[in-house]
Design a protein around this ligand. Sequence first.
Ligand code: ADP
Ligand code: MG
Length: 728
Amino acid sequence: MGPAAADHASRQFRPATPHSRIPASPDAQSPLDKPVQFVRGVGPHRARLLSKIGINTVGDLLEYFPFRHEHQRRPQSIDSLVLDANATVIGIVDSVRSNLTRHGGPSVTLRLSDGTGTVRVAWFNAPYLRDRFHRGQVLRIHGQVGEFEALAQFVNPTVEQLDPQADPKTWDFERVVPIYKATASLSTTHIARIVDNALKETLNSIDETLPETLRKRRQLIGRREAIWRMHRPDNPEQVIEARRRLAYDELFAMQLAIALQRRWTATGAKAPRLPVTPEIDQRIRRRFPFPLTAAQNRVIAEICADLARDRPMTRLLQGDVGSGKTVVALYAALTAIANKTQCAILAPTEVLAAQHFAGIERYLAGSRVERCLLTGNTPRSQRDRLLESVAKGTTNLVVGTQALLEKTVEFADLGLVIVDEQHKFGVSQRAIMRSKKTRSRHGAASLLPHYLVMTATPIPRTLSMTVFGDLDISTIDSSPPGRQPIHTKIVRPKEEAEAWLAVRHRIREGDQAYVVYPLVEESDELDLKAATAEVDRVARDLLPGSRVGLLHGRMKNAEKQTVMREFAAGRLDALVCTTVIEVGVDVPNATVMVVQHADRYGLAALHQLRGRVGRGSKASICLLMTDSPSQLANERLEILCRTTDGFRIAEEDLRLRGPGELLGTRQHGWPEFRVANLVEDTEILMQARDDAARLVREDPNLKNPLHARLKAELRRRFRDKVAFISVG
Ligand code: ADP
Ligand code: MG
């Protein structure tokens, strides 16, 4: 969401350290690496179908775990069925009928009796079942108990034909059936059968990856057993144990990679020492027209401790919108500059870079710090001149967009890189910027700059430990004094007129308003009121007599900046905009925010948007307009009405929508988890992190033969991502 930074994923990746952090696997090709076609029952055709769902090797197949398990309990008598419960029954077919339903689809209905009663069993849209059933068959049925015309009924249940000659005692068992994510041409049963064959043929090749001590400490079952049990459990408890082991494996591998990376940064990489003397501290603080808050002082102390060391800082600074991160970042920047090094500040968009620059200018008025704004928009002639003074070292502070990442930009002595809103960047940007080396002042080996990331999307702990796991974290947990509350309200279509009345009232009082739309142009697929189409309507009908401006992502940068300037100067009453304003914009007189189609945004994004108001001395209002009937959508919006605590909101968003939504669609660099779940497996994650730290402390290069398997496993898991692990 929002003004996406150009995706540089395709940019050539240049790790700062060699790939050899994780040494090459010593062993020959394992049966698990063989093409999936080697499995019995998989020919070239099936292999192609499997490849479409990411299964290329036997190992991939064995790690294609069921996405859920159906627990079929022991059969019960028909007269004991309870409505809505899941149940298994066994009975004899009394009658079979196949019909067309009212909607025209084929259906198959049967009656099944077991001596205690009769049930009705129906399948809809299952023409292939029509010829499968006949009177006298013995069937085992599993599904949810419904009711139809006074009979218990199963609709679309799982069915299995039993041998009528068999001893009925052999039918009396419970069972857990794995359900695989199927495709149109590969049913879950197909997949189960293929997996069965693969398990039979290669289970013995699955090695234990965890050292014995670790497995004991965490009471984890063996890897071979876990994989087997995940696919073929006898009971639900086995699924739980298997999941726990496999989730641990994924989280542990990731935490181990992170720990190795951190250790390398801590021991292998050098950075310039940038200490703060009391004199520097006083000089910097004089720049701010207010005393810093306790929270700001605490994180500044954390940052300064890092800067004073000769190891590169890699720190994430997180704080809610308006918590005062910019001031902290500027403190760090001025520290670097006071130590005669340069500082670069990167923002995800031109608008934000320009605003950062303008904001910093306010604090630096009259200072001798040489500073410049450098974006993709900077005219060629000017750009060349700026680049030259950056390269010569006459420029102390550069604010810019990712244009700064370009190879042509060289720094004389880059001491500190500050990246705002990191999660909008790809991981590769992080790597490139961090690989911008700088000369040592003694002319010796090159030094890495210190590195500070700022984010205003509070990141729940589980995510920061993974996606940003290679960073230390500082959190500003309270806002500067005098912040006014924001009253947030959900507005339904029938309340809209009244809401606009309130907006008009505010504007008459001299306040300003944002009116936010999800898209820039009308789209055929989505019936959205787009900003461009709506600006007239807002000006004419909703806010008559007001001065209304338009700001959206497809405008030219110069235009955008003009509009922002007009709005900031109070020459516009309302700004119709897209999420261009999502981050960083600071207009204290804006006290009203109207969000159209609020249900289409992520909670974290809405919270960011809302942070654009409530910056002045007056209480603000945020009106979330929605016509969504979805209960989930409404539940989510209500969270925003209840709390302004960004961390609470982020956690709820993570719980309700998963990590993808919170982080945006941008690739975050880590492989997806197959089993682990960042919402539910927090405890396992903590254990994995502690264990990884301990292991790296004891055996930093994984030299111990007991760790050889683990090392091989890391290589396998991070095949394509090893470069990322080893980025300095
Ligand atoms: P963030 O970047 O975290 O969203 P900013 O650094 O932009 O927050 O600060 C938000 C507002 O609070 C700015 O207008 C800034 O001038 C003000 N501010 C920051 N720190 C303090 C402070 N210690 N006391 C008073 N106001 C502050
Ligand atoms: Mg800011």
